[in-house]
Write a protein of this length. Structure first.
Ligand code: AMP
Length: 421
């Protein structure tokens, strides 16, 4: 037997309705907020993700890279934003409208150590709003994430927010971190030793050095913000208050990607058994990514939720998912002629928007009945010898146990009436 690849999972038939529920709610919230779906490829040219300024572990260590037969270097996308921006730039979406509000749902790939809520193939629902520096847009994007969580019915959820400031503030913060970590260089992990010069921000979310005393005591962004960045952040918070969005300020939050400036945020849940993977989603503002990918100098802001974690969170809070609709009518036929008749009705029922089925394996009455009951059908439509002779069908309501023999001609109409369809 060949098993699934490490870090992947199957969505089995009895679980797919959970995904439908989540995807449907994501689409609904995006419609309410005026975001349109964009679907970009699962693989891109390597340089979409592997950029000079991007030194995060996710990109440098966790991507799946491969050459195709034409010797092109490709990368399976590890996240959604870079591909969406590549598409935004390539298709010049900025020409038509100054602000593009986009969303996506789909799989990403990261070579990580699998554990609960952490996979090598996982799905994200994310949004990107590209083209405005208005801090109100930050509140809108955070508001969308917040409303989504509320509409899912998740309770123990917090929005944590911070700012990295503009490029100047970020540079000052980076310099401060460098000074702070230099005396500790010998005690940091091999990667962090390199990071001190290249990108000290990444030391703060290092998986090895996360609890290192120097990391715990590291300076926070707040002390290095210039006036503009402080005012910007204050406006975002004011707008969040206006929009009635609860949040907490998290001075140590920096997020794992290098393209963020100004606002960064995460949505966290206290969920039993979740362990370290309690972040449901996160995002932030990026000032230079569009330009870096060859586009105009336009800012963007976005976030992404991990769909698997949302499902785990909903399961652990016992939130009901929308079930697939019940079978309306299940046909049972006792011989070949009856079966032809049943098949005709089966197709007619579906044409009339009834969820209809029959048994394609068993021929005995008993076994077919069992199949119908297992399907939890609302009605059984039985065609036996008598019905065949009388040109009728016996329709049995499985809840009331009432059975009525009706002429074939009016069978579909009667069913529709009884089902209220
Ligand atoms: P990131 O793109 O790293 O900011 O992640 C955003 C969200 O995607 C996280 O909060 C998780 O919910 C989800 N996520 C990221 N990596 C994984 C993974 N390996 N497995 C499952 N979910 C993930």
């Amino acid at each position: 037997m060949i098993s699934k690849a490490k870090g992947t999972y199957d969505v089995l038939p009895n679980e797919s309705h959970k995904w439908h529920t989540l995807e449907e709610k994501a689409r609904q919230i995006c419609v309410l907020f005026g975001y349109q779906e964009v679907r970009t490829p699962i693989f891109e040219y390597k340089e979409v993700f592997h950029r000079q300024n991007e030194q995060s572990d996710m990109v440098t260590k966790e991507t799946y890279n491969f050459m195709d037969k034409g010797d092109r270097e490709l990368t399976l996308r590890p996240e959604g934003t870079a591909g969406v921006i590549r598409s935004f730039v390539e298709n010049k979406l900025y020409v038509e409208t100054p602000l593009n509000k986009l969303y996506y749902i789909g799989p990403n790939f990261r070579y990580e150590r699998p554990q609960k809520g952490r996979f090598r193939q996982f799905s994200q629902f994310g949004v990107e709003a590209i083209g405005s520096n208005d801090p109100a847009l930050d509140a809108e994007v955070i508001g969308l994430a917040y409303s989504f969580i509320q509409k899912l019915g998740l309770k123990g959820v917090r929005v944590r927010i911070n700012t990295l400031g503009d490029n100047e503030s970020r540079a000052a913060f980076k310099a401060a971190l460098k000074n702070h970590f230099e005396p500790h260089v010998d005690t940091l992990c091999e990667d962090c030793k390199q990071r001190i010069d290249k990108n000290p921000l990444r030391i703060l979310d290092c998986k090895i050095d996360g609890q290192h005393p120097a990391v715990v005591k590291a300076p926070t962004t707040q002390d290095y913000l210039n006036d503009f960045s402080k005012r910007y952040f204050q406006s975002v918070l004011t707008y969040l208050d206006v929009a009635n969005i609860d949040y907490e300020i998290a001075p140590k939050l920096v997020r794992g990607l290098d393209y963020y400036t100004h606002t960064v945020f995460e949505i966290e849940a206290d969920i039993e058994g979740f362990g370290a993977q309690n972040v449901l989603g996160g995002g932030g503002r990026y000032q230079s990514l569009v330009k870096e990918l060859g586009g105009p100098d336009l800012p963007g802001i976005g976030f992404a939720f991990g769909m698997e974690r949302l499902i785990i969170a909903m399961e652990s809070e016992n939130i009901a998912f929308e079930q697939d609709p019940r079978t309306d009518i299940f046909f049972i036929a006792t011989d070949a002629n009856a079966r032809t008749q049943a098949l005709k009705l089966l197709f007619e029922s579906r044409n009339q928007n009834m969820v209809a089925d029959m048994d394609f394996v068993s021929t005995s009455f008993k076994a077919q009945l069992k199949s119908g009951l297992k399907k939890n059908a609302k009605y059984l439509g039985i065609i036996g010898e008598t019905e065949l002779q009388n040109k009728t069908i016996s329709l049995k309501n499985t809840e009331t146990q009432q059975q009525e023999e009706v002429p074939l001609k009016i069978a579909i109409r009667s069913l529709k009436d009884w089902l209220g369809k």
